[in-house]
Design a protein around this ligand. Structure first.
Ligand code: ATP
Length: 372
């Protein structure tokens, strides 16, 4: 096992800067997830650690050793890709053993490792099968097994679950987590799936356009996103963004005035008339059960409450909770509202929403920076 440190890593492809300013240190044994939209540079970082890509500038350390000029095969890292290429003519046992045999490890140790790895991945009963006699999930577990058997210092995983169906993905994700708890190998995991990032990571690195947006543990990133990109990327359904103008000591949202706490007013007092993007997560909106709604929505927003009148467009019962999509008058944007249990609402109903102001984020609409 080893820590992994990247210092100001940059990679350019001709005129395209794929990644830059990439600096972080993964402590020995931790599970870090690189997450972000397609093209943000996740794979480039992973491939740079693996030695499959050469950094244009910056330093990479594994343990305390500078790795920039060390060839991939001497880095003692194991990488698993999304298209888990197994050797089709070999059995599961031979596939798992392959890397060890290439390194001329003693045959007895090879046998022992194959059995141990197969046991920890529930593959014991499949050792004599060929890849085409396995399901996708089983094949992916063999690919993981092949990497684990080498007992690398660092484990690199590039979207290893993306070819699996939903149920299998959930199961294999849980297995991966258990496996990491058992083996404690320093792991870097790439995904664009925010659920995988939230559930697997000790720390998440959120990337966008080749740059780090935020590094932190899943809960703190979710509760305190650094900017609008991070805020809307993590969370499902995503955070609602409401364009607003600051005026009359409140936010004007599509003609409705949202009263805000004094602390926020103080922060914004020189910014009357400016535009902002307000962020609120679906679970932080409460539907007012009082159905006696005013026909003049703005009258509902009093000094101390943040009320918003919307029209229900879609009601999606999900069992334990219901997802409501509702529109602000005169706007095509839909708000996601997540409420517990069943609700008796129908498309066309006008409802009033109460926004939890302690959970309201304010972003600069030009830069996406978080103001509050
Ligand atoms: P995805 O989730 O789609 O796999 P990613 O976040 O892993 O994306 P990268 O594959 O790291 O993104 O690519 C980052 C950027 O670098 C992209 O703009 C991509 O087009 C560019 N890029 C990657 N490899 C090359 C290459 N060999 N030549 C030119 N450009 C490249």
């Amino acid at each position: 096992m080893a820590k992994v440190r990247l210092e100001d890593i940059k990679r350019r492809f001709n005129n395209v800067t794929a990644i830059e300013d990439i600096t972080f240190e993964i402590p020995d044994g931790e599970f870090w997830v690189l997450v972000g939209p397609s093209g943000c540079g996740k794979s480039t970082i992973l491939r740079t650690i693996a030695g499959l890509e050469t950094a244009t500038s910056g330093k990479l350390f594994i343990g305390d050793e500078l790795m920039n000029n060390v060839p991939a095969r001497q880095r003692d890292v194991a990488m698993v890709f999304q298209n888990y290429a197994l050797y089709p003519h070999m059995t599961v046992a031979q596939n798992i053993a392959f890397g060890l045999q290439m390194r001329k490890v003693d045959q007895r140790i090879v046998q022992e490792r194959v059995v141990n790895v197969a046991r920890s991945l529930s593959l014991e009963h499949l050792l004599d099968r060929k890849p085409k006699q396995l399901s996708g999930g089983q094949q992916q577990r063999v690919a993981l097994g092949r990497a684990i058997a080498r007992e690398p210092q660092v484990f690199l995983l590039d979207e290893p679950l993306s070819n699996l169906d939903a149920q299998l993905r959930d199961d294999t994700r849980a297995e991966l987590k258990q496996l990491h708890q058992k083996l404690g190998i320093t792991t870097v995991y790439v995904t664009h799936d925010q659920v995988e990032a939230m559930t697997l990571a000790d720390k998440i690195v959120v990337l966008n356009r080749g740059r780090i947006q935020q590094i932190g543990d899943p809960q703190s990133i979710y509760a305190s996103p650094a900017n609008q990109m991070v805020a809307t990327f993590l969370g499902s359904p995503p955070m609602n963004i409401l364009p607003a103008i600051y005026k009359n000591d409140g936010f004007d949202v599509s003609g409705q005035l949202l009263a805000i706490p004094a602390s926020l007013r103080e922060k914004l007092h020189l910014r009357q008339g400016q535009s902002f993007d307000l962020g609120i997560r679906p679970e932080h909106i409460i539907i007012n059960t009082d159905s006696a709604l005013s026909t003049q929505p703005s009258a509902l927003s009093t000094q101390h409450s943040a009320l918003l009148v919307v029209e229900v467009k879609v009601v999606e019962p999900l069992g334990r909770e219901t997802l409501i999509r509702a529109g602000l008058p005169g706007s095509t944007e839909l708000l996601n509202i997540q409420v517990g249990g069943d609700v008796r609402l129908h498309p066309g109903d006008r409802i009033s929403l109460q926004l939890d102001l302690h959970q309201l984020f304010v972003f600069d609409p030009k830069t996406g920076d978080r103001i509050s």
